[in-house]
Design a protein around this ligand. Structure first.
Ligand code: PEP
Ligand code: MN
Length: 648
């Protein structure tokens, strides 16, 4: 059963409640959610839920109707995020695990690790114990293979995943692996599940060849009930009458699992299809269907692979697939998880920006703050604003977000050190630049751009929990939100448009007013935050609606990844060809300009500042030379707004 705790439950009440439940034979897990904290109590029920409801500190009790309890969405509403070394599986990220079917030699696994890492895989796979259909096929290198796998993982800074086939290997394997894989053939090997569960390590649980979704979740329940909280499901195709492909990928299992369970789900398109050419399209379809990531077989030369060569990607195919996934990710509102680049790894994972005085603390965007402190981030708008959602996409670890009234307040909060970071929108793909923020950079010379991200803007119509679409008569939103949903509003002429200062703020307003005839247009996340309901999602007229955000920090902050983009600003003398000469400096050095924007200079009518975004070459010196040369050509020199990593 799910026991929802009172907000103000005391530690003593909590302890007494736990002791009481345990004395009745329940296993108790505390789950801290976004809106409430619960106790999940699982066991052979001997207590009347109504009695539990009467205990101090208990708000309400909800029985779990499904046979799987700990794995069920009824127990835990928020998605589970499984940490494996530096990466996290689940939530807003897409993770790709790649590597050969089997570890064949030290050279083979090191070379594969290098290849898949360079293309963007965040973890390395490779079987050391291979459960083969034929006893005469290659069975794997055993512990020797684990040693090579571990060495390859350490060399390239990647966590490793490998299959465990029998209980007797579990203890020995623990010191090598970061993620235990339970193979399809072992999904219902309950002794193995119990033993692996007891290690407390993350587990990737493949779906059995002919297992129903319920049987699969019951297998996950075994792992969870025996001590690990870190279970990741993996759909790898099931047996059907179809023989063209090795198995049939049950793509609908992805949304079904998302509904039934809070656990993350990966897809293995290699074993699902058994045919190399079919792997990329099926991989992309899985991401589109909501998978949290992929596990893919890649080999430096699949024609020489000792197992599963026919379904294994060539390095070039994997590289192309990773680029396609990158393009698809924002469409489904996600980011592809990344490891810091290898050169940075060697330098301790950090790149220094020009420093002026004392550092705040050094922080890499993919890593938590070293001393366990949660970074604070200021954004403009009410809770649930698109800026806040972009923040949660960008930072791959826990952050605290702080709403601010204006963009200037965001800059102030960063400058005064009340937060480590700020986030501001720079440009929308439909509405154009947010000029106010360009102008603010000039007024805050100590603030730099340290990162960039983009968010697909999907607008939802949000109303009271008991409202219906037909009842809505007034729609509140920021004027841009209203304009971007013009077609939907035209089709519903009885809905009056009411401009409001903020999208998420309009949701808060409708919640406060409590009228079923009122609705707001905002990000669906705002509905959750204010306890409201999405009446219709995806109501924006043009689905290709993206906003680009800059992550700000004080100039002295160090960022974590090798920068690949830079922004500069300068003005030119009022003479023929002066802007052209500056552009030529970039062209002569083969520097790729991404954007040129001009803004009037305050107090100097008809004079302009030019903002240039450009791709930063590997050799940063080329960029610095260009800056020096433009500086000589410009009125007051060049200001570098930032050298940063773009995640778009
Ligand atoms: C594997 O991942 O190498 C494997 C054997 O997969 P499955 O258990 O899904 O067949
Ligand atoms: Mn295989």
């Amino acid at each position: 059963m799910v026991i929802v705790l009172e907000k103000h439950i005391t530690p003593e009440q909590k302890r007494d409640l736990r002791t009481y439940l345990e004395s009745k034979g329940y296993q108790v897990r505390e789950i801290v959610g976004q809106e409430e904290t619960i106790f999940g109590a699982v066991g052979i029920s001997r207590v009347d839920p109504r009695d539990v409801e009467l205990l101090p500190g208990v708000q309400r009790v909800i029985p779990i109707s499904k046979p799987y309890k700990l794995a069920s969405r009824e127990l835990k509403k928020d998605d589970t995020i499984v940490p494996i070394g530096p990466i996290k599986i689940g939530g807003k990220r897409i993770v790709v695990i790649a590597g050969p079917c089997a570890v064949e030699s030290r050279e083979q696994i090191l070379e594969t690790a290098r290849i898949v890492r360079a293309s963007g895989a965040v973890a390395l796979r490779g079987g050391a114990f291979k459960p083969r259909t034929s006893p005469y096929s290659f069975q794997g290198l055993g512990e020797e293979g684990l040693k090579y796998l571990k060495e390859a993982g350490e060399t390239f800074g990647m966590p490793i995943a490998t299959e465990v086939v029998a209980t007797e290997y579990v203890d020995m394997m623990q010191e090598y692996v970061d993620l235990f894989q339970i193979g399809a053939r072992n999904m219902q090997n309950f002794e193995l599940l119990k033993k692996v569960g007891r290690t407390g390590k993350p587990v990737l649980l493949k779906r059995g060849l002919s297992a129903t979704i319920e049987e699969w979740l019951m297998a996950a329940e075994y792992l969870l009930a025996h001590g690990t909280d870190h279970v990741i499901l993996c759909e790898r195709g099931i047996r059907t009458f179809e023989t063209y492909t090795r198995n049939t990928l049950d793509i609908s299992a992805i949304p079904v699992i998302k509904k039934l369970s809070h656990l993350p789900i990966l897809v293995d398109p290699s074993h699902a299809t058994g045919i190399r050419e079919k792997v990329p399209p099926v991989a992309l379809a899985s991401i589109a269907a909501g998978a949290d990531g992929l596990i893919i077989e890649v080999h430096p030369d699949p024609s020489k692979a000792l197992s599963d060569g026919a379904q294994t990607l060539f390095p070039e195919q994997f590289e192309k697939l990773m680029r396609d996934i990158e393009v698809l990710a924002p469409v489904v509102g996600k980011e592809v998880a990344k490891l810091p680049s290898m050169e940075e790894g060697k330098e301790g994972g950090r790149v220094s920006l020009p420093s002026s005085g004392k550092r705040l603390h050094s922080i890499a965007v993919d890593k938590p703050v070293p001393h366990g402190q949660v970074p604070r981030i200021a954004f403009q708008g009410e809770r649930g604003a698109y800026s806040e959602m972009a923040t949660l996409n960008y930072f791959h670890f826990e952050v605290e977000t702080y709403p601010q009234r204006s963009f200037q307040d965001v800059f102030d909060a960063v400058l005064e050190g009340r937060v480590e970071y700020g986030i501001v929108p720079l440009e929308n793909s439909l509405a154009g630049s947010v000029h106010e923020n360009y102008d603010l950079f000039l007024r805050y010379p100590d603030i730099k751009i340290v990162g960039e991200t983009q968010l697909r803007i999907v607008h939802s119509l949000i109303g009271l929990p008991d409202a219906t679409l037909e009842e809505v008569r007034k729609v509140f939103s920021h004027p841009q939100g209203l304009a971007q949903c013009a077609r939907f509003l035209d089709e519903h002429p009885y809905m009056e448009k009411v401009p409001f200062y903020d999208t998420a703020g309009s949701v808060a307003h409708v919640a406060k007013e409590g009228k079923k005839e009122y609705a707001a247009i905002a990000h669906e996340g705002a509905a959750r935050i204010y306890g409201m309901k999405v009446l219709k999602s995806g109501i924006e007229t043009n689905p290709l609606n993206y906003t680009r955000f800059a992550i700000l920090a004080r100039a002295e902050l160090e960022v974590g990844e090798r920068p690949n983009k830079a922004s500069i600003v300068f003005s030119t003398p009022d003479r023929p060809g002066s802007l052209f000469k500056c552009m030529k400096v970039l062209a002569d050095r083969n520097l790729n300009m991404k954007k040129l924007e001009s803004r009037p200079i305050a107090g100097k009518p008809w004079q302009y500042m030019f903002y240039v975004d450009l791709e930063l070459p590997e050799d940063v010196e080329i960029f610095k030379e260009a800056v020096a040369e433009i500086s000589d050509l410009s009125e007051d020199g060049v200001r570098i707004l930032g050298m940063y990593r773009t995640r778009t």
